[in-house]
Design a binder for this molecule. Structure first.
Ligand code: FAD
Length: 544
């Protein structure tokens, strides 16, 4: 019977190899400055480090867990650690020659005993046991929290089951907009202000509560519930980081109550990953004697822009493109709300903002818009940070994205949880060859791997939530890693779950088909996966 000490031995070996690779990659890329000359190697090193960080979070959770934990926890930790360490080692091996790491060095770390331990950790019998357990208890969860947080989880779960679930399928299939009723109830429950300080009328719940709430709402529906609270989270964090006191006092209470709905607009038709190249212009101007800015340009993929009352807009205030990120500022752009797929706002002074949503395969309910600003006027109060905020928009936006990415790791865990539960239930209900498919070894094995991966993603998200509350700046790369890992887990689990449903997994009638298309968006926004790996995780890791 393997125990947590064995898991730690596996992890230590993996981390020793990873550290050697990171050190060598730092030298090779000159502290991350030459990443673009070694992109594939950087991606491998960054992703392997992320997998090991997830394994470490799960192991540390288990080592500190009290009597509340499920008896399955140790098995899950051993299995997940074995799986993640082996994956990381496999990923790193092709880099050894480029990094001048000899086979002898690796053999020293990965001696015969360690290799045997790693093989035993991922023995199929362990995953099958975990899979059989989840088959008996499809809602089973090995990563539980203290009473207060478990109460939050239960309350949001109940709300999701009562209010969101009965509408989720209809909203998805008819591509409806999120009902006003949801917005009102979210506002009453304080979901829009989870991380907003109490002095600005928020709940100041801390990142852990925020992640849990997001996870449970996303379990009910990613698009119709969990994602509704990400935009205020991003803009609130940007405001808290760089807004003036007057702006915080004006906007944060309105955002916390749900009186003001938020959209975030960074991406442009020709600018995605290269955020520093944002071209939408904001030029100083006056209208009827009022000082402000006039906005011209196009934006893409602005989610919830129709219903939003304000758009957090990243725009270029310095016309010199050579200024890059230093030429960008953040604006809070007011607009009228619409519940349609197309809209137009015409200002008395002639300024125009038009929006048209781009149909998507999933993530419906939020609706993501292409926008066009033509001489759209905003007054000076809209510039986040006032005059001191000129040229600082990129940095405020990135602070907002760090919080958004942590929240997205919670969104991903919620979608993955939904996929796991429904697949475990289906495996009980569906019989082939004269018995329920849950009784087949391979079904149990697959469900067991799903449980292990999700436990690692969940523990990682919770650990990063704690780190964020301690030091947001320091934890920002960790939030990117948690997002990277959890979103991949959500994609993998939804697709595995779909296969467990056989042909019915492809039918709209079964929720798993919605989970699959919803999950696909997770590794795209807030930094598409390769960009996140290279420019955020890789760069931070190799610079350190
Ligand atoms: C449903 C949905 C909702 C969204 N919501 C929002 C929103 O609310 N607000 C918002 O601002 N944006 C939003 N986005 C946009 C999203 O953030 C971008 O799609 C994402 O940042 C990637 O940008 P891009 O699509 O232009 O891809 P690109 O940047 O063009 O990338 C295309 C591919 O090239 C790769 N690539 C790019 N540069 C490099 C490089 N240097 N080295 C190696 N590979 C590279 C990328 O990793 C990617 O695989 C949303 C997108 C979707 C699909």
């Amino acid at each position: 019977m393997m125990n947590l000490e064995d898991a730690r031995a596996c992890l230590s070996a993996g981390e020793a190899v990873s550290e050697a690779c990171v050190d060598a990659a730092r030298r090779l890329t000159v502290g991350g400055r030459n990443i673009d000359e070694h992109q594939v190697l950087t991606e491998r090193v960054a992703y392997a480090h992320t997998e090991l960080a997830a394994a470490r979070a799960l192991l540390e959770y288990a080592e500190s867990a009290n009597e509340r934990v499920s008896k399955m926890l140790t098995q899950v930790v051993v299995a997940a650690t074995g799986e993640l360490v082996r994956s990381a080692l496999h990923r790193l091996e092709p880099t050894w020659d480029d990094l001048d790491l000899g086979q002898a060095h690796a053999n020293e770390i990965l001696d015969d005993d360690t290799r045997r331990l790693l093989r035993a950790a991922v023995h199929e019998s362990r995953f099958r046991e975990i899979g059989a357990w989840i088959g008996e208890d499809p809602k089973g969860n090995v990563v539980v929290l203290d009473d207060m947080h478990e109460e939050i989880r239960q309350a949001v779960r109940t709300f999701g089951a009562r209010e969101v679930l009965p509408n989720a399928e209809r909203i998805h299939r008819r591509d409806e907009i999120i009902p006003e009723d949801f917005i009102r109830k979210f506002g009453e429950l304080g979901y829009f202000g989870l991380c907003i300080p109490e002095r600005y009328d928020g709940l100041e719940m801390g990142s852990q509560g925020m992640v849990l709430t997001t996870e449970e709402l996303s379990r009910a529906s990613l698009a119709a519930a969990g994602s509704l609270i990400t935009r205020p989270e991003i803009l609130a964090k940007a405001l808290l980081n760089g807004g003036t006191e007057t702006q915080k006092e004006y906007w944060l209470p309105k955002m916390a109550s749900g009186e003001v709905m938020v959209a975030i607009s960074v991406t442009e038709p020709n600018v995605g990953s290269d955020v520093a190249s944002v071209g939408c212009r904001a030029e100083p101007s006056t209208l009827d004697g009022e000082a402000g800015y006039v906005i011209n340009g196009t934006k893409a993929w602005c989610t919830f822009a129709g219903r939003a009352d304000v758009i957090g807009l990243l725009a270029r205030t310095d016309p010199d493109p050579a200024k890059g990120a230093k030429g960008l500022s953040l604006f809070i752009v007011p607009k009228d709300p619409f519940d349609t797929h197309e809209f137009e706002v015409v200002q008395p002074g002639g300024g125009r903002l038009t929006g048209k949503s781009d149909p998507t395969i999933g993530y419906r309910g939020m609706h993501s818009f292409s926008l066009s600003f033509e001489d759209y006027f905003v007054n000076s109060d809209s510039l986040v940070g006032g005059e001191a905020g000129v040229g600082r928009g990129f940095y405020m936006q990135m602070a907002g994205f760090a919080a958004g990415r942590l929240q997205t790791s919670g969104r991903a865990c919620g979608v993955a949880q939904a996929a796991l539960e429904t697949s475990a239930e289906y495996a009980n209900e569906r019989s082939q060859f004269g018995k329920p498919i849950i009784d087949f070894q391979l079904t149990q094995y697959k469900l067991g791997r799903m449980v292990a991966k999700l436990a690692a993603a969940r523990a990682f998200s919770y650990a990063v939530a704690t780190a964020m509350d301690e030091d947001e700046r320091k934890a920002a790369p960790l939030a990117a890693q948690a997002k990277l890992f959890s979103c991949d887990v959500a994609v993998e689990l939804t697709q595995e779950g779909q296969l467990l449903h056989g042909g019915w997994g492809y039918a709209e009638e079964y929720a798993i088909s919605r989970y699959v298309v919803d999950a696909l968006v997770l590794p795209i926004f807030e930094g598409v996966k390769p960009t996140l790996e290279l420019k955020v995780v890789g760069r931070a890791l190799l610079a350190g």
